[in-house]
Design a protein around this ligand. Structure first.
Ligand code: ADP
Ligand code: GLC
Length: 481
């Protein structure tokens, strides 16, 4: 039996702000239990839903040397669908109304604490991983601490680490002196070939330098981050480590996201009866959100964090033009205020056609994936993207920009060869996007049989985890040797 430990800042079903949580919640379940014992460490945020808090029970606590004092480390444990979770409890760091704060320095201190604590609890819980699988900048210090602080300890010797990049944009940067003081790492680590990048200390960079392998969540993104446009200043390092960098595309949980059994949606349907049944979800959603009751209008969904990554500037630019067409637009998301207000404004201006739902709701997200005809995701960059995979699963045709995982998972419609699962455009240009949407409209309105064949193909592609989970297993085997 090989032991694998996931460490991440969020994970379904405990806490979720984006796709990272979906991956951390679903991938471990799909790793072969006969050969691997996969366990997960996440923080115990006090903003977790009460029902999830109740699933956790106290295991142990101790004090850890951190940032010039002894800091409390509580360990809670839980088991969900056969996976053991350990949640690190500390109210100073994980209290508050949401998992992440806007105070960048506090975030650095918080996740430096988390990374160190994740290693410190291992002897206490009696689990010695063969591989620690780290996710994003919040866990970047783990491969570093593993090589430094914990290397002298027999228990930790030989543990391998993997760093998975879900989003290279977030790196955890602050000035060297402060980070050195918080982490207690010696001078040696704060050099340009280690944690230092452009004079600052960079936690993700530390992870990328010291991890034994690096992965990211699609092949195209693995290539893109070697270029200056997508490299976020680390393209040099990505090139230098390209031999250790692989792209493994994300999957989604095919049980949680299943139109045949989804408890949140008005009318369940499948790949055979969607022609008749799917529309009942559209009618119900129009009613629920106060949109015009109109079977014909092409309904376009957006479920997204509202940040510049997601291409919302393109939408803002052509929204008036788009709203001249016979379409409805349903948005669910939270994020930057300018985007929240932009969608609120259009919902007011085009009431009955545009619905802006500026909050977080699992339930509404499922209703949107099921009800809409098309799903819009014109991202500026997209390491993988899960929303388009959910849309495909629900027979909701994605319209995407050809970047990162969007390019790898949505095959553009080709009317001559009768191929493709969605619509796409290449350049980050609002009118290119509008052209793609209007091309989709044309097929939707004038060639319904063709449109339905796109849905047939979309619902037939398989983005469950089973292929990608095997690739992770191969990597773990290769690392352990
Ligand atoms: P990212 O991780 O960059 O946010 P992904 O497409 O990988 O993008 O994953 C986003 C996930 O978050 C999807 O599961 C999507 O349904 C969900 N999501 C985003 N915003 C909301 C929201 N406001 N309410 C419910 N789910 C949301
Ligand atoms: C990040 C990326 C998204 C990816 C998700 C899960 O949040 O923005 O593209 O799907 O991580 O890997």
């Amino acid at each position: 039996m090989k032991n694998i430990l996931f460490v991440a800042s969020e994970g379904v079903p405990f806490i979720k702000t984006g796709g990272l949580a979906d991956v951390v919640g679903s991938l471990p379940k799909c790793i072969d239990k006969e050969y691997f014992d996969v366990r997960v460490i996440i923080p115990r945020y006090t903003c977790m839903k009460p029902a999830m808090q109740e699933k956790c029970s106290y295991f142990h606590h101790f004090y850890m040397d951190f940032n010039w004092h002894e800091e409390y480390v509580g360990i809670l444990q839980a088991e969900v669908e056969g996976i053991k979770y350990y949640l690190i409890d500390n109210e100073k760091y994980f209290g508050g109304f949401k998992p992440y704060s806007d105070n960048a320095l506090f975030e650095i201190e918080k996740y430096a604490y988390f990374s160190k604590a994740a290693l410190a609890i291992l002897p206490v819980i009696g689990f010695r991983p063969d591989v620690i699988h780290c996710h994003d900048w919040q866990t970047g210090l783990i491969p570093v601490y593993l090589k430094e602080r914990f290397a002298g300890d027999e228990f930790f010797r030989g543990i391998k680490s993997v760093m998975t990049i879900h989003n290279l944009k977030f790196q955890g940067k602050w000035d060297v002196k402060t980070v050195q003081s918080i982490t207690g790492l010696p001078d040696y680590y704060f050099a340009p070939d280690k944690l230092e990048a452009y004079k600052d200390a960079n936690l993700l960079k530390g992870g990328l330098v010291f991890a034994d392998a690096i992965t990211t969540v699609s092949n195209t993104y693995a290539e893109e981050i070697k270029t200056s446009f997508y490299g976020e200043g680390l393209d040099g390092l990505m090139n230098a480590r390209s031999g250790d960098l692989r792209g493994i595309v994300n999957g989604i949980d095919y049980t949680d996201f299943n139109p045949e059994t989804d408890p949140y949606i008005e009318k369940q349907y499948d790949a055979v009866n969607f022609r008749k049944e799917k529309i009942k979800n559209k009618r119900a959603l129009q009613k629920e959100l106060g949109l015009n009751q109109d079977d014909k209008a092409m309904m376009i969904g957006i479920v997204s964090r509202l940040t510049d990554q997601k291409g919302l500037d393109l939408i803002a630019y052509v929204m008036d033009e788009l709203c001249q067409d016979n379409v409805q637009i349903v948005v669910l998301g939270t994020g930057e205020e300018r985007y929240e207000n932009m969608f609120r404004h259009f919902a007011w201006k085009y009431s009955g056609k545009v619905s802006a739902n500026i909050y977080y709701s699992e339930e509404l997200s499922h209703k949107i994936y099921a009800a809409c005809d098309a799903f819009l995701m014109p991202s500026l960059f997209e390491p993988c993207g899960l929303s388009q995979l959910m849309s495909l699963r629900y027979g909701t045709v994605p319209i995407v920009r050809e970047t990162g995982g969007l390019k790898d998972t949505v095959e553009p419609y080709n009317e001559y060869e009768s191929k493709g699962t969605g619509f796409s455009f290449t350049n980050y240009n609002a009118h290119e996007m509008l052209d793609a949407i209007r091309y989709a409209e044309k097929i939707y309105y004038d060639k319904k049989r063709e449109w339905n064949k796109i849905i047939d193909r979309a619902m037939a592609v398989d983005f469950s985890w089973h292929v990608s989970a095997l690739k992770y297993q191969e990597m773990y085997d290769w690392l352990i040797g």
